[in-house]
Design a protein around this ligand. Sequence first.
Ligand SMILES: Cc1ncc(COP(=O)(O)O)c(C=O)c1O
Length: 249
Amino acid sequence: MDHDRSRDLYDRALSVLPGGGNSTVRAATEPYPQFAARGESGHIIDADGNRYIDWVMGLGPLLYGHDLPQPVESAIQSRVSEGPMYGLPTEIEVEHAEFVRRHVPSVEMLRFVNSGTEATVSAVRLARGYTGREKVVIMQGGYHGAQESTLVKGDRRAPRPSSMGIPDEFAKHTIRIPFNDTETATQVFAEHGGEIACVLVEPILANKGIIAPIEGYHETLRDLCTDHGSLLVFDEVITGFRVGGLACA
Ligand SMILES: Cc1ncc(COP(=O)(O)O)c(C=O)c1O
């Protein structure tokens, strides 16, 4: 396979984009990533014309592959022809929110955001604002995007930022516990229950292999949060619209 064009694009990218890309994940392939030119159904074609089966699918959102069904494509084109954005609320936002609420039983109200990070940052801020507390419980091996409160490593006794540029104060408020360990969760609530704003958890841990919850784990988290006035946040960036019908929650 010829990769000359991808290599040239990567060389150019290195001089204008730090690390050669706009995401460390996309730029990580050694010695250089394949640059995508277009998608076709379940395949992706790179800048050199090589064709691959696409196991990445936009890192998740392309549930039906690269070919948009005709009605979806027409709807997008018709919207774009009316102007790309307004800075005012629009009817379609209300319609879309009603649609999601109608189809996902756990959803009562929603806020549309631009990324998973924005969603989890908002959820943590909401939980802190609502409870007036600062601590956030997360799972070892979980991932909730590029936010200060969850980019934390170390065990719960010695948490520290997992990236430069994050003040230690953020990590101090984060309690990392092992997923599926009800005993530790119970202990953490016994020690800090009155300080915990929320537990943030992927219903199925999906950023460290795929780890399903043991029987009763989420029910235990639910009970602990209810008993201590904390919020339980399901981060369904990966599981949403794929698992358990339309969502795990
Ligand atoms: C479970 C989970 N939450 C949040 C995020 C962050 O999403 P984004 O990259 O859109 O900010 C990711 C990204 O992979 C994720 O897997």
